[in-house]
Design a protein around this ligand. Structure first.
Ligand SMILES: Nc1ncnc2c1ncn2[C@@H]1O[C@H](COP(=O)(O)OP(=O)(O)OP(=O)(O)O)[C@@H](O)[C@H]1O
Ligand SMILES: [Mg+2]
Length: 357
């Protein structure tokens, strides 16, 4: 130990900075310190990236910026990815990955438990048989469905329709539950809820009471409200639908420029994980809407792309692309779903909500 200290003195570099003299150890010494760390086994169970031994605040920040914000993401990373994201040595990266793996709660669920969960799953119909067919009978509880498309394509109208139809009894295509509507753009319209309720034979005022609306004024507020949904459920509200309309608008407005893209994606990722947890733990159907941006440089294929890119796509169970069709109709397409039929559904937006064209 003493000899190391001497070596450390001879191998350190001193910098004169406005804040004073800063001493930095040269690389070989850092490696030795890392090896030393390896010997000292973490006594406490590691539960977050911050608690990983050998990872300082600066590395935590760099890891987070690259999307490594939980133990799982580190456990499944390669040492090269960790080294690329930080300035850690390969040895430390390997060790950190090993510790993340050792501390992960590996949960195995038996097939029959999954089956039991699937049996609890309900499907909220949309009012259009065609659209229901495309989504395998309706919007599933326990899953996230993303609808993306241009303005006026019907994303919010579908949200209003689902907020009413979730209240229908199971044999009428609902989930006999309430809806939570996170409104980020101020486009929630109680009059629409009433009109759609009348159209499905529900009492309009009762229907309105069963839609709990929260206006989110910025992206932080949006995440906070999403966190509060579980409180509402714990208080006994039988939430079966959670709408986030729009999922991405605040993020898009607040994080401008490429420099902040990683931050934005990380926040959206966190938000989506929170939504998935609600869907999964409480058997809630989550419906999120998403705008598109045009890709003027794209000559072939679809010239539009959903905001949030892979982060939203990978976290959504189902993705619907909505667009305007002929004669005022709307067209929905199920995008890259493993088990749903290819093809499109044509529907209509009416005073009573979504219906077949
Ligand atoms: N009461 C109604 N009866 C029939 N159609 C309606 C009614 N209200 C709205 N619409 C239709 O819905 C369209 C708006 O759709 P919606 O608000 O769902 O779009 P959106 O996809 O959410 O767009 P944005 O990206 O701007 O939020 C209107 O252009 C109109 O065609
Ligand atoms: Mg809208």
């Amino acid at each position: 130990m003493a000899s190391k200290q001497v070596k450390a003195d001879s191998e350190s570099i001193r910098f004169d900075t406005p804040e004073g003299v800063v001493e930095v150890l040269k690389k070989p010494e850092v490696d030795e310190m890392e090896q030393e760390l390896e010997l000292e086994k973490p006594k406490k169970k590691v539960q977050s990236v911050e608690e990983l031994p050998g990872i300082g605040p600066a590395s935590v920040e760099k890891l987070a910026a690259a999307g490594f914000n939980d133990l799982m993401s580190i456990a499944v990373a390669t040492p090269g990815e960790i080294v690329g994201a930080t300035e850690l040595s390969e040895a430390t990266a390997k060790k950190v990955i090993a510790i993340a793996r050792a501390n992960l709660e590996m949960e195995f669920t038996s097939g029959d438990e999954i089956l039991k969960k699937r049996e609890l799953m309900m499907k909220i119909t949309t009012g259009s048989k065609e659209l229901d067919k495309l989504s395998g009978g309706g919007f599933e509880t326990g899953a996230i469905t993303e609808a993306y498309g241009q303005y006026g394509s019907g994303k919010s109208q579908l949200a209003h329709t689902l907020a009413v139809r979730v209240q229908l009894p199971l044999d009428k295509g609902g989930a006999a539950g309430a809806a939570v509507y996170i409104d980020t753009e101020g486009t929630f319209r109680p009059e629409r809820i009433k009109a759609i309720a009348e159209g499905c034979g529900l009492d309009p005022n009762e229907a309105l009471k069963n839609v709990k609306v929260a206006r989110a004024f910025n992206s932080d507020h949006q995440l906070l409200i999403a966190d509060k949904v579980e409180d509402l459920i714990k208080q006994g509200v039988n939430v079966r639908l959670l709408v986030v309309d729009s999922l991405t608008a605040h993020f898009r407005a607040e994080f401008i420029g490429r420099g902040t893209l990683a931050d934005r994606q990380q926040r959206i990722n966190k938000h989506m994980h929170g939504l998935m947890r609600i869907a999964d733990r409480h058997n809630v159907a989550v419906y999120v809407t998403n705008q598109v941006m045009s890709k003027p440089d794209q000559f072939f294929g679809d010239p539009t792309e959903a905001i949030g890119g892979h982060v939203v796509a990978h976290n959504s169970t189902y993705r619907l692309y909505l667009r305007r069709g002929k004669k005022g109709t709307r067209v929905a397409k199920m995008v890259d779903s493993p088990c749903m039929p290819e093809g499109e559904a044509v529907f209509e937006l009416s005073e009573a909500g979504v219906r077949d064209a």
